[in-house]
Design a protein around this ligand. Structure first.
Ligand code: PHE
Length: 337
C-alpha cells in the first residue's frame, strides 16, 4: 500500500460515513474501517513495508483517518439519536426525566427577606453599606463614649489601618443620613462581626437587620406601633409585645423589646426560662448627638431606630438549637427549610 492509496482510502472512508443514511449504515461503516477485523488494522500492518522516507507521513495519515472517522461517526450517531428518525435508536419519549437536585435559599436569607418584606409594606427601603467601616461611622457618630466596652479590641475586630469590621449595621444609617436629608425610612440588613467565642448561641460572624425612621414629630408611640405591627406580621396575630427600659449609646430613651414566647405563648416554659417572654429587639429614640454628628438639626427632627439579630430570630422560628448549624452548610440540614 502506497501513501497515495492511504490518502484515497481516507477520503473514501470519510465520504462513506458522511453518506450513511441511518444508524445501521453508519455502524456498518464503523465496522468496515475501525472494527477489529476492519481495514485500519490491516493498514497498520502495511506500515512496515512502506519505504523509509514515507513512513512518518504514512503514520500521520493513518492517525488522522482514525481520529477524523471516529469523530465523524460519533457526531452522526448523536444526530441520529437526537432526531429519532431513520429507524436508529431514537429518542424515547417514555423514558423518565433526569433527576435534578433543587437548591434552597439559606434559612438566614429566607428570614432576612421575610423581615425586609414586612418593613417594605410600611414604606421602608433597604440601605446597604460595607462590612469594613471606619471607627467614626461605627462608634463616634453613634455617640459611643471613648471608653465604651464595645470599642475594646476584645470585642471588635480592628484592621491594621485602624478601620474595623462593623459590629452592627448601624453605621449604614450614619452613611445614609450623611447623604440624604430627612425624612428617612430605611432598614439595613447585613453581616456583622464581633470577637465572640463560638458556642451554641454565639458566632463571630452574624447578621442583623436595623431600621431607622426620621421625620418631624416622630415619637416613641410610632416606635411602639411599628414594632408591634412587625411582631404580629412575623409571629402571628396572637403575639404580645413588651417594651423594657434599656440603654444604648445612640438612643435615648432606649428599650429592649420582648415577644411572648413562641413555644408556650406566654405561660412559661424551658425555652423562655419560665418568663413567658423572649427578647428580640433593641430600639430607641435616636439620640440628638447622633443627629448632630450627621448634620441633622435635632431641634427639627426626631426619629426611632431598632436592631435585631437574624440568627436568633431564625433559630426561634425554626426551633434550631445551635447557631453553628447555620454555618456548617450541611445539605441535609439546609434542605429542610
Ligand atoms: N445596634 C444595636 C446592637 O447592635 C441594636 C440597636 C439598633 C439598638 C438601633 C437600638 C437602636 O445591639
Amino acid at each position: 500500500m502506497t501513501l497515495q492509496d492511504l490518502i484515497d482510502l481516507k477520503a473514501k472512508a470519510l465520504a462513506e460515513a458522511e453518506g450513511a443514511a441511518d444508524a445501521s449504515a453508519l455502524e456498518a461503516v464503523r465496522i468496515e474501517y475501525l472494527g477489529r477485523k476492519g481495514l485500519l488494522p490491516k493498514v497498520m500492518q502495511a506500515l512496515k513495508d512502506v519505504p523509509g522516507e514515507d513512513k512518518p507521513m504514512f503514520g500521520k495519515t493513518v492517525n488522522e483517518l482514525k481520529n477524523e472517522l471516529t469523530e465523524l461517526i460519533r457526531q452522526k450517531q448523536a444526530g441520529f439519536a437526537g432526531s429519532g428518525a431513520s429507524g436508529g435508536e431514537g429518542f424515547d419519549l417514555t423514558q423518565p426525566g433526569q433527576w435534578q437536585a433543587l437548591g434552597t435559599r439559606h434559612p438566614i436569607t429566607q428570614i432576612t427577606d421575610r423581615i425586609i418584606r414586612i418593613f417594605q409594606t410600611l414604606g421602608f427601603t433597604v440601605a446597604d453599606g460595607p462590612d469594613i467601616e471606619t471607627v467614626w461611622n461605627n462608634f463616634d457618630a453613634l455617640n459611643t463614649p471613648a471608653d465604651h466596652p464595645s470599642r475594646d479590641e476584645q470585642d471588635t475586630f480592628y484592621l491594621d489601618n485602624g478601620d474595623l469590621m462593623r459590629c452592627h449595621t448601624s453605621p449604614v444609617q450614619v452613611r445614609y443620613m450623611m447623604e440624604h436629608p430627612p425624612p428617612v425610612r430605611i432598614i439595613s440588613p447585613g453581616r456583622c462581626y464581633r470577637r465572640d467565642t463560638p458556642d451554641a448561641t454565639h458566632s463571630a460572624n452574624f447578621h442583623q437587620v436595623e431600621g431607622l425612621f426620621v421625620d418631624e414629630q416622630v415619637s416613641l408611640a410610632d416606635l411602639k406601633g411599628t414594632l408591634s405591627y412587625f411582631a404580629k406580621e412575623l409571629m402571628g396575630p396572637d403575639v404580645k409585645v413588651r417594651f423594657r427600659p434599656h440603654f444604648f449609646p445612640f438612643t435615648e430613651p432606649s428599650v429592649e423589646v420582648d415577644f411572648t414566647c413562641h413555644v408556650c405563648h406566654g405561660k412559661g416554659c424551658r425555652v423562655c426560662k419560665n418568663s413567658g417572654w423572649i427578647e428580640i429587639l433593641g430600639a430607641g429614640m435616636v439620640d440628638p448627638n447622633v443627629f448632630q454628628s450627621v448634620g441633622y438639626d435635632p431641634a427639627k427632627v426626631t426619629g426611632f431606630a431598632f436592631g435585631m439579630g437574624i440568627e436568633r430570630i431564625t433559630m426561634i422560628l425554626y426551633g434550631i438549637h445551635d447557631i453553628r448549624n447555620l454555618y456548617e452548610n450541611d445539605v441535609r440540614f439546609l434542605s429542610q427549610f
